[in-house]
Ligand binder design. Structure first.
Ligand SMILES: [Zn+2]
Length: 376
């Protein structure tokens, strides 16, 4: 063999061996925890440990679509994240699970009169460890138009399917215009004449001036007065509604008769939420609500802006023709004791024409010469 050939063979051998070594050599392997499992409310890691060449290192994780509150996660689901080492990206899966049921508070038996509105879901407070949407339902059949005792169940279910149930009774009582002589309500107003010279008469614990039944912050109704919506109001409203629709205006009652009991529940909820001072500006104390008279309704919408809608304007200018007044007008808050309520109509019969006053409403308090203030 020539020397040149020998050199070539050796070179070839070296190349082959080197290639084989490179080919079979294991790459440097990076190991880490690819799956992270957390429970609702736990802290989501921002860093991850990995092992590379028998050394442990830590690096930052980038998460996608995570909604965190103080680094904790309150939404169940699967999430993806990753980190980068030596320009190579490694994925991480995060699974957030929840096995704790929601809680339902304030569950109690509820008593209403026939045809009274009630929002059963507003009577309870549901909380959950997750901040996902909780599905709340009332299970069972009931009819607020029919007296009876209905056994119902609240069900609250979180996104993971954890379910809590609580049973309660809804008791629908028969409407009654009969008043047992009130026990605790005392006619606490000494004056027999109003400042405008009208006589105040007390009948069955209720205050009347002429044929106008008074319910405001000064004058309360007996707790057992539960007449439902009175026929004089409902028939006047039918006419009003008809006339409105001829003008292209659609009206509907969104709140009608409200019993003492219901008002008590509503008012207590408002006080718990906003405090007594604030609640007194927009909600009547039990016995003081005009809705208990059966002669007051709320129509269409309980928003101040309702006054600016075509329906609100139509009522402002036409309701008086059918015996209704805007009971709590704008600018008369200190007289009526209530904020402006463009949706609240009181049926007063013929008196409405006197109170309309070309659109600049005279309140019942002003016209009759009475106050509307709580005694304490
Ligand atoms: Zn009202």
């Amino acid at each position: 063999m020539k020397k040149k050939q020998k050199i070539l063979i050796v070179l070839f051998f070296i190349i082959v061996v080197t290639t084989l070594i490179l080919f079979f050599k294991k790459p440097k392997e990076l190991t880490y925890q690819k799956e992270i499992k957390l429970k609702i409310g736990e802290k989501v890691p921002t860093k991850i440990e990995y092992q590379l060449e028998k050394k442990t290192n830590t690096t930052k994780i980038t998460w996608k679509n995570l909604k965190l509150e103080n680094e904790n996660i309150y939404h169940t689901g699967n999430y993806q994240g990753n980190f980068t080492v030596n320009k190579k990206t490694y994925p991480i899966n995060l699974t957030v699970t929840d096995n704790i049921k929601p809680t339902i508070e304030n569950v109690k038996n509820l008593e209403i009169y026939e045809n009274e509105e009630i929002d059963l879901l507003k009577e309870i407070k549901v909380t959950d460890n997750s901040h996902d949407k909780i599905e709340i339902n009332v299970i069972g059949e009931y009819d607020v138009h029919k007296k009876g005792e209905y056994n119902l169940t609240y069900e609250a279910k979180d996104k993971s399917g954890n379910k809590k149930t609580e049973s309660f009774k809804l008791i629908v009582k028969e409407i009654s215009k009969k008043i047992e002589e009130p026990k605790n309500e005392k006619p606490n107003q000494g004056t027999k004449k109003t400042s405008k010279g009208y006589s105040i008469e007390v009948k069955n614990g209720m205050y009347y001036i002429g044929n106008i039944l008074i319910a405001n912050k000064t004058y309360a109704l007996p707790s057992n007065y539960a007449p439902g919506l009175l026929p004089e109001l409902t028939s006047a409203f039918e006419t009003l509604k008809q006339k409105a629709s001829e003008d292209g205006i659609e009206l509907k009652i969104v709140s009608g008769f409200r019993s003492y009991n219901t008002q008590n529940r509503l008012y207590s909820n408002y006080v718990a939420r906003d405090g007594k001072t604030e609640a007194d500006t927009y909600s009547a104390r039990p016995g003081h609500s005009e809705h208990q008279t059966g002669l007051a309704i709320d129509v269409n919408s309980l928003l101040f802006s309702f006054g600016e809608t075509k329906e609100g304007k139509w009522l402002q200018n036409n309701a008086y023709k059918y015996g209704f007044i805007i009971r709590y007008p704008k600018g008369k808050e200190n007289i009526t004791g209530y904020q402006y309520e463009p949706w609240h109509l009181r049926y007063v019969g013929d008196l409405s024409k006197k109170l309309y006053n070309g659109g600049n409403w005279i309140t019942l308090e002003e016209y009759l010469g009475i106050t509307s203030e709580y005694s304490e």
